[in-house]
Design a protein around this ligand. Structure first.
Ligand code: NAD
Ligand code: ZN
Length: 291
C-alpha cells in the first residue's frame, strides 16, 4: 500500500478519536452543575497574546531570571533597555488589541447555562472579566488592577486607557535610568506613593489559592484549558479535583499535561474546541428535554 494511504488512514483515525473525545467531554459537561475551568496562557493565544513557553513565546526572547522578579525586571530595564523595551512595547500592543475570543465567550455561555460556576485563571489579561464570567479567581493577579506599594490601596483600571498612558510615558522617555522608569508607575490617590500592576512575579505569593483549591475540591467537572501544567500550585488543581471525585476535561492542541487524570482530552485550539463543545452541549441538552 502506498505510504500516503497510510497517512490518510492515520489522519482519519486521529479525526475520529478527536470526535470521540469531544463527545465524551460533551456528555460530561451536559450533566455538570458545578463545573470549574482552570485556564492558562493558551486560552488567550487566539486573542493575540503570546504564551510564555510555546515556540516563539515570551521565554524564547527573554530570560525569566532577568525579567520574572521585580528586582530582575528593574535591573534589566536599566542595564539593557534596548533588549527589553521592544518586547515590552510589543506585549503592551498585544494586550491593547486583545479581545475575548470564542473560548472565553464559551465559558461565559456555560456559566449562563448553569453548568460552569467558577473560572480559575493564571492569566493576568482581564479577558475572562470582559467575556462576562462572574466568579473569577485570578491566582497570578490582574495586570490592569494597580496596587500601592506603600499603603496597599487597590484600583481597577480600564485596560486600554492604562496601556495608552504607559505608552505615552514610554514615548516621552529620553533615557532608561531608574528615575525615568519610575515615572511609568502611576501615583496612589490615597498616599501619593507608587502603584504597580497587581500581578504575581516569581518568588511572590500566589493569590486566592485556598479558594481555588476549595473550588477544585467541590466541583463536579474541571475543565483545564490552555495550560502547560508546569506552573505550581495551579498545576495541582486537576489532580485535586480528580481526587475529590470530579471528571477532568483537557483542551490543549499540543500536550495533555494531565493525562493521568483526564477523562477526555481534546487536542485542539481552545478557540476552536470550546465553541464546538458548547454547541454540542446545547444540542445534547435540548435533545433530552421531554416534550
Ligand atoms: P504556558 O505559557 O506555560 O503554556 C501555554 C499552554 O497553552 C501550553 O500547554 C500550550 O500547548 C497551550 N496552548 C497554546 N496555544 C493554545 C491554544 N490556542 N489553545 C489552547 N491551548 C494552547 O502557560 P501556563 O501554563 O498558563 O503558565 C503561564 C504563566 O504565564 C502563568 O503564570 C501566567 O500568569 C503567565 N502568562 C499569562 C498570559 C496572559 O495573561 N494571557 C500570557 C502569557 C503568560
Ligand atoms: Zn498608597
Amino acid at each position: 500500500m502506498p505510504a500516503f494511504w497510510d497517512q490518510d488512514i492515520c489522519k482519519q483515525e486521529n479525526a475520529m478519536n478527536i470526535e470521540k473525545e469531544i463527545e465524551k467531554a460533551v456528555q460530561i459537561l451536559a450533566n455538570a452543575r458545578n463545573a470549574v475551568a482552570s485556564c492558562g496562557a493558551g486560552i488567550s493565544a487566539e486573542s493575540g497574546i503570546a504564551t510564555f513557553r510555546d515556540p516563539g513565546g515570551v521565554w524564547d526572547r527573554l530570560n525569566p531570571a532577568e525579567v520574572g522578579t521585580t528586582d530582575g525586571l528593574i535591573g534589566t530595564l536599566t542595564k539593557n533597555p534596548a533588549k527589553l523595551m521592544p518586547v515590552f512595547v510589543e506585549l503592551l500592543d498585544a494586550l491593547a488589541k486583545a479581545e475575548p475570543n470564542p473560548a472565553h465567550i464559551a465559558l461565559y455561555e456555560l456559566e449562563k447555562m448553569g453548568i460552569l460556576k467558577t473560572v480559575i485563571t493564571q492569566n493576568i489579561d482581564n479577558l475572562h472579566h470582559e467575556a462576562g464570567n462572574s466568579d473569577i479567581i485570578e491566582v497570578h493577579g490582574n495586570g490592569f488592577r494597580l496596587k500601592c506599594v506603600s499603603c496597599g490601596f487597590i484600583e481597577a483600571r480600564q485596560r486600554r486607557q492604562l496601556i495608552k498612558e504607559a505608552k505615552t510615558k514610554i514615548g516621552a522617555m529620553t533615557d532608561f535610568s531608574i528615575d525615568s522608569i519610575i515615572t511609568l508607575m502611576p501615583k496612589c490617590p490615597k498616599c501619593g506613593s507608587f502603584m504597580r500592576p497587581d500581578v504575581v512575579m516569581f518568588g511572590e505569593t500566589v493569590k486566592d489559592i485556598p479558594r481555588a483549591f476549595e473550588a477544585a475540591n467541590t466541583c463536579d467537572v474541571l475543565l483545564a484549558v490552555g495550560t502547560s501544567g508546569v506552573v505550581y500550585p495551579a498545576a495541582y488543581l486537576p489532580y485535586e479535583a480528580k481526587n475529590s471525585g470530579a471528571r477532568v476535561i483537557v483542551v490543549n492542541p499540543n500536550e495533555n499535561a494531565f493525562s493521568e487524570v483526564s477523562d477526555a482530552y481534546i487536542p485542539m485550539k481552545a478557540g476552536e474546541a470550546m465553541p464546538k463543545i458548547l454547541d454540542m452541549v446545547k444540542k445534547f441538552q435540548s435533545s433530552k428535554v421531554i416534550h
